[in-house]
Design a binder for this molecule. Structure first.
Ligand SMILES: *Cc1c(COP(=O)(O)O)cnc(C)c1O
Length: 459
């Protein structure tokens, strides 16, 4: 449902005056809310007081706020956003031509900043609230490295100390990401490390482990809670992160509205769910209020399939079991994704908001194998000119598949997908693909069942 092709430019930018001044909190429009975070000690919902030992006060408030639909973006954050926002909404004319599809494909490109991904949208917000609270610094984990990079940039901007626990395999495979973080002043430690109690315990139990996001989270939380003036910040999964990332969807919707475009299908890759949650939020809001309907598809790696093969239950957010319990689609906090999987998206769980929406049948999920993901990445890079991140390429794969279905049926559907970032630091993975040595890994039912058997017994 759009006007004639000629009128729609290759890139749609918003004008200053149309930029969002508030984030959108999709929970406000959900009749059945996501389940609350639970304190594993008490078995009861976490209170603001309990959460404030781990997270910044204002972020705790946002985390627990299920009813305020719009939350003002502080002026300083709006100003920072001007360095790299609005991000372009691109009509993928070249990809459409290459595919020979009648579908109209759009993507929202979030890779236009040094961190190379959408993560900076939330990093700057979290650093801002930490600074406002008068903290000395923050700790965090990073998997593929984008979140750590984004947080380093945000902390440098506000003069905060930044301690990043980086999953060991990435620390070794992505030395350049590490150096970007150090250039922005962050301390980077490979995880698991012997700098924390939980790290030492994990090393003892799994000697030679490549690490995982779940391990690194445990270390970062311990580092934050054992030091005066520090808090922990997280780059995905949490409701506050989806709130900050709603800027992606709000800008996309405003840009599409400007030209009278309505997407039929909205697609995003899903690791912890923040970019997808952000992209879909205003559209999902319309869907929840009965104003419009969209097909929404989460795309996850076949090697870490939380939505498509996980269980909807309370689980720990980290391997060390120090974080609150969250009800989500999960593969179990002990699930160790295969090290042959290249990109991020290796997290065992999923945003509780997206989990609840998925459980209510308001969105779909699909899983894709990494060689087919890189095939899509290569095609996209060659025709659209952007070298996509492996994570983003999961969404590209699904968008291409939907566009090819349109080619068969002759339907002129409008597809919107999130292009979350660039892949310049993922050249080992591209190398493996180019050399033909990349393999696919699909966990067996037994592996998943074994990990699920260790879910905490709650609710
Ligand atoms: C972190 C990251 C993702 C996945 O994280 P979500 O929280 O699921 O969005 C996807 N793409 C890129 C480029 C990333 O850096």
């Amino acid at each position: 449902m759009s006007m004639s092709n000629e009128k729609i430019p290759y890139k749609i930018y918003l004008e200053e005056k149309d930029l969002p001044k508030q984030w959108y909190n999709v929970r406000a429009d959900m009749k059945k809310k996501p389940a609350p975070l639970i304190n594993p000690g008490t078995g009861k919902p976490c209170t603001a007081e309990e959460l404030s030992h781990v997270f910044c006060d204002e972020l705790v408030k946002q985390e627990l706020d299920e009813t305020t639909p719009f939350i003002d973006i502080p002026q300083e954050i709006q100003d920072f956003y001007r360095m790299f926002r609005p991000s372009p909404l691109v009509r993928a004319y070249f990809l459409e031509k290459k595919l020979g599809t009648p579908a109209k494909i759009y993507y929202k490109f979030e890779g236009n900043n040094t961190s190379g991904s959408h993560k900076l949208n939330s990093a700057i917000a979290q650093a801002y609230y930490a600074k406002k609270q008068g903290l000395k610094g923050v700790t965090t984990e990073t998997g593929a490295g984008q979140w750590g990079t984004a947080l380093s940039m945000a902390c440098a901007y506000f003069g905060l100390d930044c301690n990043v626990y980086m999953v060991k395999v990435s620390y070794e495979q992505k030395p350049f990401r590490r150096e970007v973080m150090r250039t922005y002043g962050a301390n980077v430690t490979p995880s698991p490390s012997n700098t924390t109690e939980i790290g030492r315990k994990i090393l003892e139990e799994f000697p030679g482990t490549n690490g995982s996001l779940g391990c690194a989270i445990s270390e970062a939380v311990e580092a934050a809670t054992s030091k005066e003036g520090y808090r922990y910040v997280l780059g995905s999964v949490l409701a506050q992160v989806l709130l900050h990332q709603s800027i992606i969807g709000l800008e996309s919707k405003a840009a599409m509205d400007k030209y009278g475009i309505k997407p039929d299908i909205i697609i995003g890759c899903a690791g912890g769910g923040s970019n997808l949650g952000g992209l879909i939020s205003p559209f999902m809001g319309q869907k929840l209020r009965g104003e419009a309907d969209y097909r929404i598809i989460a795309v996850e790696p076949a090697s870490c399939p939380s939505f498509t093969r996980g269980t909807y239950a309370y689980d720990f957010c980290d391997t060390g079991k120090v974080c609150p319990l969250q009800k989500m689609y999960t593969l179990g906090s002990g699930f160790m994704p295969s090290p042959n999987h290249a990109g991020g998206l290796r997290y065992h769980g999923m945003s509780s908001i997206l989990s609840e929406l998925y459980d209510q049948g308001l969105m779909e999920a699909t899983s894709v194998e990494q060689t087919s993901v890189f095939e899509a990445a290569e095609m996209f890079a060659r025709v659209e000119g952007i070298l996509p991140a492996p994570e983003s390429s999961h969404a590209i794969r699904a968008a291409i598949d939907e566009a090819l279905k349109c080619k068969e049926t002759g339907e002129e559907k409008t597809i919107l997908f999130g292009l979350t970032g660039t892949g310049y630091f993922d050249m080992y993975a591209y190398g493996a693909y180019n050399d033909g040595t990349m393999s696919d890994y699909i966990p067996t039912d037994e592996e998943i069942a074994k990990s699920i058997a260790n879910l905490p017994k709650i609710g």
